[in-house]
Design a protein around this ligand. Sequence first.
Ligand SMILES: NC(=O)C1=CN([C@@H]2O[C@H](COP(=O)(O)OP(=O)(O)OC[C@H]3O[C@@H](n4cnc5c(N)ncnc54)[C@H](OP(=O)(O)O)[C@@H]3O)[C@@H](O)[C@H]2O)C=CC1
Ligand SMILES: N[C@@H](CC(=O)OP(=O)(O)O)C(=O)O
Length: 345
Amino acid sequence: MSVRVGILGATGAVGQRFIQLLDDHPTFELAALTASDESAGKPYREAAKWRVDTPIPVDVAETTVRRTEPDAVPDDIDLLFSSLPSSVAVDVEEDFARDGYVISSNSSNDRLAEDVPLTIPEINPDHLDLIEVQRDERGWDGALVKNPNCSTITMIPPLAALDEAFGLDRINVSTLQAVSGAGYSGVTSMEILDNAIPHIGGEEDKMETESRKLLGDFDGAEIEWHDADVAASCNRIPTLDGHLENAFVDLDDDPEVSDVADAMREFPGVDLPSAPNQLIHVFEDPERPQPRMDRMRGQGMQICVGGVQSTENGVKFNCLAHNTVRGAAGASLLNGELLHENGYL
Ligand SMILES: NC(=O)C1=CN([C@@H]2O[C@H](COP(=O)(O)OP(=O)(O)OC[C@H]3O[C@@H](n4cnc5c(N)ncnc54)[C@H](OP(=O)(O)O)[C@@H]3O)[C@@H](O)[C@H]2O)C=CC1
Ligand SMILES: N[C@@H](CC(=O)OP(=O)(O)O)C(=O)O
């Protein structure tokens, strides 16, 4: 039986990716699209400036956009994906959850809240049960689940593989982030062409905190964050999609490089419709991964690693993920599939 889903903020950059990824989904049937009051009442093709590299699905093009409030969305929607600006999502998502809706959100508000699961299905699926705590504390019938920031999600799978096999102590990471992460109008061409910008507001703090929550332990009541030190430096470069990162990791053990690569390659995936067959692809070629060549591996859902080398206290490596697929809409979609598999819908 199909699951009826909706998208909050469906006309935006991430909303459009949701529509693309939900087209022909085996379980989820797209049944409601919302946006701001300016878009509400218009057919989607008129409200949204479509910029994704596949055509708007025909039925979506003619769908009337709704207001973003619980009364405007049908009661029989089982799951809402949220790609609202976080300043809007912070109140709106709670209104929907209070009204009984389950929300899988990409927006950055509440990611660190003690009773909000921040999940990547392959890494910490058990954290999803924090929903029970959330429902007890907030008296909600619905639920709010988050995926991490796009730069954070890029490095977490290889770090989780290292932690499990050798123990993480300290992480230093530097990013080379694509312009799509800032949204269509986020960085002007005059700012970014022939250039690099060594600051992305709030991004370093997100990488340093969300990573420790994601890698933490859930005891059924609360999450104990991982105690590794994480330091991040974030940079914008003129690629379109795909965040590349250089990580330097101190480990508790002293493994061979080949064992590090094996631990990453063998890190298990999950059996969900949008998950890649293999979570981490490790390149031997030191010139890979590259954003243009590798961001679409596994339909944009695989994490690519390369340049694995030993250092005095551990290893260094490069990693890459598609920031608007694995780092945004695809991450929320996978969490939606996890919610479904775990009986939360
Ligand atoms: N761009 C990216 O690659 C990434 C973005 N994110 C995060 O995802 C979220 C969405 O980003 P993005 O898609 O780029 O943003 P956009 O600005 O492209 O889209 C925002 C969406 O929210 C709607 N919206 C705006 N204001 C309101 C309001 N007051 N009430 C109801 N709906 C409203 C817009 O509708 P309308 O069209 O009518 O204005 C639109 O549908 C943000 O939190 C962002 O930080 C995360 C990772 C990557
Ligand atoms: N800040 C990220 C994109 C983003 O919006 O992240 P978040 O989901 O944490 O708001 C980037 O510029 O690449």
